[in-house]
Design a binder for this molecule. Structure first.
Ligand SMILES: Nc1ncnc2c1ncn2[C@@H]1O[C@H](COP(=O)(O)OP(=O)(O)OP(=O)(O)O)[C@@H](O)[C@H]1O
Ligand SMILES: [Mg+2]
Length: 470
C-alpha cells in the first residue's frame, strides 16, 4: 500500500502523530464537551484519554481558553500562561466552523514551565555573575587610604617597567584578592600594550592535581604514548604563550619545581615524552597563602619573586576601609539587580545590622565579607515574582537577615575577654524555652537572661526562636 494523505487518516496516523507531538491538543464540541485530547494533554491532567473524552473541558482545565472561544467564537492566540496546579503553558485556541455554523473549538498548548524555570535560572546566574565579577581595573578596587597603594605600584611595575615584564608572586590569606590582583595585572598589561588585546590568561590551581604525572602533562603537555593512554596535548604553559600563566596555590608545586625552573630559565618547554622543545613567552604570576620563600626551591623563588606583593587580611585593614568595602558591595548588588531585572534597587541597612556586619570577624576575608553582605541582602529582598512591573524598590536589611554563624564567631572573639556569655548555649536555650512558655517575648527574654549571666541581644533571641526545631 502506498502511503498518501487519505490513508493517513484511515490508518489512524493523524492521531498517532498528534499523540507524539510535544504540544497538547484539545478539541471540544459546541457544548464544551471534549471530543479529542492527545496524550500530552492527558498527561498534563494526570488522566487518560479515555477518561477525558465525553467530559466537559472545565473538569480538567478549570480556566480553559476554549471556554472563552466557546462563548465569543473568536480565536485567542498566544494567550499568556495559565496554571494547572503548578504548570504553565502558552495556548492558541481556534473556533471550528462549517458553512458558517459554529461546531466547536480546538486548542494547542505548549509547556513553558521548563522555559520559565530556565529563564529564572539564567537570570539568577546572570545576577550571580554580575555580583561576583572580578574588578577589571585598579581604580575600580576599594583601596581606602591607600592600603593597597604600594601593592598596586608594585603590580604595575611587574609588567610595566622599562626593563621588561617580570614574573611575580602574590601572597595573602584566602579571600584577600590574589586572583583579583592577578587579573588586574593582566588587564593593566593589555592596557599598556605589554601583551596584546587577545593575549591569554591561563589559571592553574596547582593543588588540584593529586597525581604528579598528570600534573606535568597538564602543565607541559604530552605526546601520544608518553604514558599509557596519553594523547597529543598542548599544555597550559603553551596555551598561555604570549600572555599570563597564573599559578594559584603555588606552594603545592613541589613535584615539578625543577621542570618549571628549567622552562623559565630557558624560555622553552618540552612536552612530556617529546624530544623537541618549543619556545614560549609567558609571564608567570604565582600566588599562595603560604610564604613561598620557605617552600619553593631557592632558584625558583629567586626567578619568580623579583616582585612579591602581600595582600593584607581584612583584620589588618582599617575600619574605614571595611566600611568602604561594605558600601562598595551594596552598590555592586544594586547595579547587578539593575542589569538583570531592570529595576532601580535601593538597599539600606539598619544601623544595628551595619554595625553587626562591620564588627564581625571574617576568617575568609574580603570574599566572605562580600558573601555575607550579599546573603543578607538576598534574605531581605522580595521575590522576583512579587516585584513584577515595578521600576523602583527599596529593601531594608535588618539584623535578622544576617546569617547567624558570623555573629557567633564575633561573639566568640568578644567573649574571650568578657565574663558574660553572649552565645546561646545549651543552658541558655533551656532558659529561653522556659521563658517563652511563660509568654515572654524576645526583648523581655533578652533582659531576663542578664540575671543568669548572659548578655544576648534580643534579635539573637528572636533569631534563635525562629530557627529552633519545634
Ligand atoms: N579591595 C577590593 N575591592 C573590591 N573587591 C575586592 C577587593 N579585594 C577583594 N575583592 C573581592 O573579593 C573577592 C575575593 O577575592 P579573590 O578571589 O581575588 O581572593 P583570593 O585571595 O584569590 O582567594 P583564594 O586564596 O581563596 O583564592 C573577589 O570577588 C574580589 O573581587
Ligand atoms: Mg584565588
Amino acid at each position: 500500500m502506498k502511503l498518501n494523505r487519505e490513508n493517513l487518516y484511515k490508518l489512524g496516523l493523524y492521531e498517532e502523530i498528534l499523540n507524539r507531538c510535544n504540544e497538547g491538543v484539545n478539541v471540544i464540541d459546541n457544548k464544551g464537551i471534549l471530543i479529542f485530547v492527545n496524550q500530552v494533554s492527558a498527561d498534563y491532567c494526570d488522566s487518560t484519554i479515555d477518561e477525558m473524552i465525553g467530559m466537559p473541558i472545565e473538569k480538567f482545565y478549570p480556566n480553559a481558553m476554549l471556554s472563552y472561544v466557546l462563548k465569543n467564537k473568536n480565536e485567542r492566540l498566544n494567550e499568556k500562561i495559565h496554571y494547572i496546579g503548578k504548570k504553565r503553558y502558552m495556548c492558541n485556541s481556534f473556533p471550528i466552523y462549517s458553512d458558517n455554523e459554529f461546531l466547536g473549538a480546538f486548542s494547542i498548548f505548549r509547556d513553558v514551565q521548563e522555559i520559565d524555570d530556565l529563564n529564572r535560572k539564567v537570570k539568577y546566574l546572570e545576577l550571580q555573575i554580575n555580583l561576583n565579577k572580578p574588578e577589571d581595573n585598579m581604580s575600580a578596587v576599594v583601596d581606602f587610604g591607600g592600603t593597597l597603594n604600594t601593592v598596586f605600584n608594585k603590580a604595575k611595575k611587574t609588567v610595566g617597567s622599562l626593563g621588561g615584564p617580570r614574573h611575580s608572586i602574590i601572597t595573602g590569606e584566602s579571600g584577600t584578592g590574589k586572583t583579583m590582583l592577578a587579573n588586574l595585572i593582566y588587564n593593566y598589561a593589555k592596557k599598556i600594550g605589554v601583551i596584546n588585546k587577545n593575549a591569554p590568561f591561563i589559571e592553574i590551581n596547582c593543588a588540584q592535581f593529586t597525581n604528579p604525572d598528570i600534573a606535568a602533562m597538564e602543565i607541559f603537555g604530552s605526546v601520544e604514548g608518553a604514558y599509557t593512554g596519553s594523547k597529543l596535548k598542548k599544555g597550559l604553559f603553551e596555551q598561555a604563550n604570549g600572555g599570563i600563566l597564573f599559578l594559584d596555590e603555588a606552594h603545592t608545586l613541589e613535584n615539578y619545581q625543577n621542570m618549571l625552573l628549567k622552562a623559565i630559565e630557558s624560555g622553552k618547554i618540552r612536552r612530556i615524552g617529546d624530544t623537541k622543545e618549543t619556545s614560549i613567552n609567558v609571564i608567570i604570576i604565582a600566588a599562595s597563602t603560604r610564604n613561598l620563600h620557605e617552600v619553593l626551591l631557592p632558584e625558583l623563588y629567586q626567578r619568580l619573586g623579583q616582585y612579591e606583593m602581600y595582600l593584607p587580611s581584612l583584620q589588618e585593614r582599617c575600619f574605614r576601609e571595611k566600611e568602604q568595602l561594605f558600601q562598595y558591595f551594596i552598590k555592586k548588588y544594586e547595579s547587578a539587580v539593575r542589569m538583570s531585572h531592570n529595576i532601580e534597587y535601593h538597599v539600606e541597612f539598619t544601623d544595628k545590622a551595619k554595625q553587626a556586619l562591620l564588627d564581625a570577624v571574617y576568617p575568609r576575608n574580603v570574599r566572605q565579607f562580600r558573601d555575607i553582605i550579599n546573603f543578607s541582602i538576598d534574605s531581605s529582598s522580595p521575590l522576583i515574582e512579587d516585584v513584577k512591573g515595578k521600576k523602583e524598590i527599596t529593601t531594608v536589611v535588618d539584623v535578622e537577615d544576617i546569617p547567624f554563624e558570623i555573629m557567633e564567631r564575633t561573639d566568640e572573639a568578644e567573649s574571650e575577654g568578657s565574663q558574660r556569655k553572649s552565645k546561646i548555649d545549651e543552658k541558655a536555650s533551656l532558659i529561653i524555652d522556659n521563658l517563652i512558655e511563660e509568654g515572654l517575648g524576645p526583648r523581655k527574654i533578652s533582659s531576663e537572661l542578664k540575671s543568669y549571666g548572659y548578655d544576648i541581644e534580643y534579635y539573637k533571641v528572636a533569631y534563635y526562636l525562629k530557627n529552633r526545631v519545634q
